[in-house]
Design a protein around this ligand. Sequence first.
Ligand code: THU
Length: 162
Amino acid sequence: MITHTISVAYNEVSDISELEEEDRELLKEAWEASESAYAPYSKFHVGAAVRLANTMTFRGNNQENGAYPSGICAERVAVFSASAMYPGVPITTIAVVAKTEVFKLSNPVTPCGACRQVISEYEMLSGQPIRILLQGNSGKIWILNGIENLLPLMFHGGELKK
Ligand code: THU
């Protein structure tokens, strides 16, 4: 038997001032999007903002539903909206932020499994790593360079073809 080991990496900064202007702007857009999240059930407000290679940005927030599984996460709203408007234009960065009315999050929120899979699809399509910026309401920011740092051994749609 052989053991294969995979490592993931992320950077952390303690304050938004340590980021480049473009990243600060994208996080700001994500926070603005979180303000209009429809999250009456979880009270967990998530905002996302996507930057495309053509410099356009798209926002999303979580949209819940009384039939719980029918709701959708902020990341997928933003990514699908970008792809709907600009199909095939690479996503360079996605910022995801979250806050809850109930308690303070000590760490940035990390995307759920379904959102990781969706992000991986667009990264594969462009062949360029997507930068992922994550922030909660503690202030600190995590920065990941590529979805493989969130989803090692991911499933590739390419595996469906011969
Ligand atoms: N949620 C997101 O929007 N993104 C995530 O990465 C994690 C979870 C939403 C889904 C649901 O509306 C609420 O947060 C609680 O799970």
